[in-house]
Design a protein around this ligand. Sequence first.
Ligand code: FES
Length: 157
Amino acid sequence: DLQSSIEIPDKGKADAPVYVGKEEDIKQSQRITASVHDREVVVFYHEGKFYAMDRRCYHAGGPLHLGEIEDINGQPCIICPWHKYKITLATGEGLYQAINPTEPSAIPKWRSKGIKQRTHKVTIDNGSVYVTPSDLSISCDSDYYADKYKKTESSDM
Ligand code: FES
């Protein structure tokens, strides 16, 4: 029968996909927070795509799940509500505006600081949404806050 063909992810493995919610529910709410192997993540649904990343901003641990999404240079970014850092949803890159001081009239350009916020893989199976943690052996700036806030997951500040 159909049921037996559904793969049940192994919750014991640190890199196994974790069920975070129903596709329809997340499409409606546009964002949810979830715990993925003890890690606080936020899942966004934005313009037809799902994205997942660490919930605490790499800068100082701000709550990214409470931020606004803005399009910067054609890339959807979450704006951290604490100090307005901009982070691309797809790759977790920190963006900043670069101005050449020798050219005061020049238009500032958006530049990338590189990957700062850890993103995670989102998969949909049969109307269920799963998040697979990215490779934790490669360190990322947001790891510090992911670790720090591990035990205070009820805090929404
Ligand atoms: Fe996110 Fe400072 S904590 S911008």
